[in-house]
Design a protein around this ligand. Structure first.
Ligand SMILES: [Zn+2]
Ligand SMILES: [Zn+2]
Length: 424
């Protein structure tokens, strides 16, 4: 019997890790540049948090959550997104007493039972950024800038924003009524999913990808004509910030995002090269979330970006010579004979204690086989120890780059390797 990784999951093997490291390093740097601090949360929460926070009628809650009863009889859900958990932590830990906005970021796995497709997994990793406690559109602009700056830093081409305002509890109900009226008269032309959305969440109709629904969606009333004064002015100010910075922006009336907690701003960043799934991040404002999960009214704005999707884009957009390379050990110890093997263990320990990245051969193998291994591992130098080297208390230090070789006393080895590292 053999096992495979569960459907929709992915092993990230060592050769792919340099991409991940590049993304994570850039994400940390950019978050810090904008004054965001790290927060880590449990990967599972009380199921009720998502039902009330994300919304009971959403695809995430209805179809996609990994929910189970634990041995104590509590209903637990693996987090399908970060924002509800961040708000829960904000309320629970009294972060509201800190200077606002409270600005935090996380990296970690989220879990959604989705149909697997390119760059989308049932367990995937998100870089998540949130700013809580402030409704100023300058903060929406800042959050969007964090995302945009990250992708610029990673060298993505053809970046642009898709933005929309989906209103607030004051102006959205009237728009939803207008939208329901519009689609009700076209019910016969809608796909079966949209038939249900019409009853439960007409806004999501705008999101439908079914070809049958496209003509109706294109002619549907736009929410921009129904925004209240506050939402309209918020959206106008945000757009002026984006225009001032000359960011490519498309106002997309169909952009609604699949989560109930969004208010006012919703946005995505699109990049070249990931086909129909060309959003590298999505986010927005969620001024109603804190109340939905039992807290006081608290505005907030944030975004999430899937690392797998970023890595995919990085691979597609980056030239081959820009591909990040695996780390190269500074030295590989090759040894012949039992005594030499013992000495290799001792010298490798000395090198590591001196901070030199060191690997060695194991078992009893020919020098040729060990050289081959050193080459595969990308070692910069090979230190060879045999009987005569033991007698003379030296190693033969061979450069894998130019083939140059010299006899180096054990006592001088770490100093020479360190000097070589500095010179490399
Ligand atoms: Zn409004
Ligand atoms: Zn549809």
């Amino acid at each position: 019997m053999s096992f495979q990784s569960p459907k929709g999951t992915k092993d990230v093997l060592p050769e792919e890790q340099p991409y991940w490291e590049r993304v994570e390093t850039a994400a940390r740097r950019i978050a810090r540049l904008y004054g965001y601090e790290r927060i880590d949360l449990p990967v599972f929460e009380d199921t009720g948090l998502y039902k009330r926070g994300v919304g009971a009628g959403t695809d995430i809650v209805e179809k996609e959550m990994y929910t189970f009863e634990d041995k104590g009889g509590s209903s637990i859900t693996l987090r399908p997104e970060f924002t509800a958990g961040v708000m829960r932590a904000y309320l629970e830990n009294g972060l509201a007493s800190r200077p606002k906005p409270v600005k935090v970021w996380s990296i970690g796995p989220v879990f959604r039972y989705e149909r697997p497709q390119a760059g989308r997994f049932r367990q995937h990793t998100q870089f998540n950024v949130e700013a809580i406690g402030e409704s100023d559109p300058a903060l929406d602009f800042e959050i969007m800038s964090v995302a945009f700056h990250l992708y610029e830093e990673l060298g993505f081409r053809d970046l642009s924003f898709q933005i929309n305002s989906i209103g607030c509890p004051k102006c959205r109900p009237a728009y939803l009524e207008k939208l329901s009226g519009y689609f009700s008269s076209r019910k016969a032309d809608l796909c079966s999913d949209c038939g249900q959305r019409l009853v439960r969440n007409p806004l999501r109709l705008l999101d439908c990808k079914n070809p049958a629904c496209q003509a109706g969606i294109a002619a549907a009333p736009a929410i921009s004509d129904s925004l209240c004064g506050e939402c309209e002015s918020h959206f106008r100010t945000l757009r002026s910030f984006l225009d001032d910075r000359k960011r490519p922006v498309t106002v997309n009336h169909r952009l609604v995002r699949g989560l109930d907690y969004y208010t006012k701003t919703v946005f995505e960043v699109w990049a070249e090269g990931i086909g129909s799934q060309n959003a590298v991040c999505g986010g927005g404002r969620y001024d109603g979330l804190a109340e939905a999960i039992g807290g006081p009214a608290t505005p907030g704005v944030g975004f999430a970006s899937g690392i797998e999707r970023i890595v995919l884009t990085l691979k597609q957009q980056a030239a081959a010579d820009q591909a990040p390379s695996r780390p190269r050990p500074a030295v590989y110890f090759a040894h012949l004979g039992a005594e030499a093997g013992r000495q290799a263990v001792a010298l490798a320990a000395e090198c590591r204690a001196a901070g030199i990245e060191t690997v060695m051969g194991f078992g009893e193998r020919s020098l040729k086989a060990q050289m081959r291994e050193a080459n595969t591992r990308g070692a910069v130098r090979v230190a060879v120890i045999g009987e005569s080297e033991i007698a003379a208390r030296v190693v033969q230090l061979k450069s894998m780059e130019d083939g140059g070789q010299s006899s180096v006393p054990w006592a001088e080895l770490t100093a020479i390797l360190k000097a070589g590292e500095a010179g490399a």
